[in-house]
Design a protein around this ligand. Structure first.
Ligand code: PMP
Length: 396
């Protein structure tokens, strides 16, 4: 059967094998502790659900403008002004079918075959595939754990060629759990001045920052940064709305219009009553609900990182954002644990799951084979149980 070269070029997610195996074990009644989740374990707040129900009852069940209803685009523009200090007109905002779709569509709108996209490690698994599907090439830059896995201005300068069309910045970072400081971002923005490089700034975890971490939108750094940045965000993480499929992109009018043209033929509008719920999400009650969730994540992340660091041979930075710890576990590589040879992160994850029934995500598909990702979007009780098991397993 003929399958397009495009589809053939996209591999199944390398993280899926562990997830599927964890599900199999659970179905067999095994008590698996899951650190794999990429979504908050909180429910969508009621005031958002109520708005969706209200919209459904009011008959908001038909097509809307492909780029989203103007009220929502205006509400997002207001949010970006108020919270991020960014001035976008509503028609500089497009509502997409989740942040993943925003990434895909933004890349389809501005990249051509032959273009290069600078992608620092660790990167979220969707980026390389979206780059490939746009016909472009990912130029992967290996970052250093001593720099908390952040790309340096020097590395960026050396990576830029005539073909460079885009730099992807994801801060707070999945899977790294780190956040660039405003100074670090400023230094990066400076390197880009005088180039034609777009910045795709994935800010989906902006609300989940810890300690004295400061978040700044890339487009806020300077006028030059504003003009080259596609600001990407969504409702999944901050509002526990992963299943609603609502993301958005703000940026130069021409780019947003191009995305709108693509969207009008690909998907049409995001689900109509969901858009009304998104307007409610951006309203006043949001702050308290988000803050409660943030405080809880902070508590869990701190505990998880402390516990990981106390385990022999594991090095873990304190997460400053998102809900992931991304420890370096490579000092355990080349060991043989109960007959399982640990050659890298895939072996580590597999053996840990089989022998100690803890599911986590190997670092290899994120471009960092020395690491593994643990999500702390689960209860403190589960975190304690899972870390007890990891500690015991590695101490053999
Ligand atoms: N960007 C990053 C960095 C993410 O981790 C995710 C979700 N895992 C997304 C974008 C997309 O989220 P969604 O499609 O659910 O809006």
């Amino acid at each position: 059967m003929k399958i397009s070269k495009r589809a053939q070029a996209v591999p199944p997610s390398a993280t899926i094998a562990v997830t599927v195996r964890a599900q199999q074990l659970k179905a067999q009644g095994v008590d698996v502790v899951g650190f794999g989740a990429g979504e908050p374990d909180f429910d969508t707040p009621d005031y958002i659900k109520d708005a969706a129900v209200g919209a459904l009852k009011a008959g908001e069940t038909k097509y809307t403008a492909a780029a989203g209803i103007v009220e929502l685009r205006a509400a997002i523009a207001t949010k970006l002004q108020k919270e991020n200090g960014l001035k976008y007109a509503p028609d500089q905002v497009i509502v997409n079918i989740g942040g993943k779709h925003s990434i895909y569509e933004a890349m389809q709108a501005v990249l051509d075959p032959g273009d290069e996209v600078i992608l620092p490690t660790p990167y979220w698994v969707t980026y390389p595939e979206a780059i490939k599907l746009a016909g472009a090439t990912a130029k992967i830059i290996q970052t250093d754990k001593n720099n908390d896995y952040k790309i340096t201005p020097q590395q960026l300068r050396e990576a830029i060629t005539k073909k460079t069309a885009m730099l992807v910045i994801n801060s707070p970072n999945n899977p790294g759990g780190f956040t660039y400081t405003p100074q670090e971002l400023k230094a990066i923005a400076k390197v880009l001045e005088g180039t034609k490089v777009y910045v795709l700034s994935d800010e989906i975890y902006e609300k989940l920052i810890y300690g004295d971490t400061k978040f700044v939108s890339f487009a806020r750094l300077s006028e030059d940064a504003y003009n080259r940045t596609l600001t990407l965000n969504g409702f999944s993480k901050a509002f526990s709305m992963t299943g609603w499929r609502l993301g958005y992109t703000a940026g130069p009018l021409e780019v947003i219009k191009a995305m709108g043209r693509l969207q009008s033929h690909m998907t049409s509008n995001p689900v109509t009553f969901g858009q009304y719920a998104a307007i409610a999400a951006l309203g006043d009650p949001a702050e308290e609900a988000i803050e409660n969730m943030r405080i809880e994540f902070e508590r869990r992340g701190k505990y998880m990182a402390e516990r990981l660091n106390s385990i022999e041979g594991i090095i873990c930075s304190q997460p400053t954002g998102a809900f992931y710890c991304f420890p370096d576990v490579s000092s355990h590589y080349d060991r043989n644990i109960n007959g399982a040879k640990i050659g890298g992160s895939m072996d580590f994850a597999e053996a840990l799951l089989e022998q100690a029934n803890v599911a986590l995500v190997p670092g290899l598909p994120f471009g960092c084979d020395n690491n593994v990702r643990l999500s702390f979007a689960c209860s403190l009780e589960q975190i304690t149980k899972g870390l007890d098991r990891i500690e015991k397993w590695l101490s053999q």
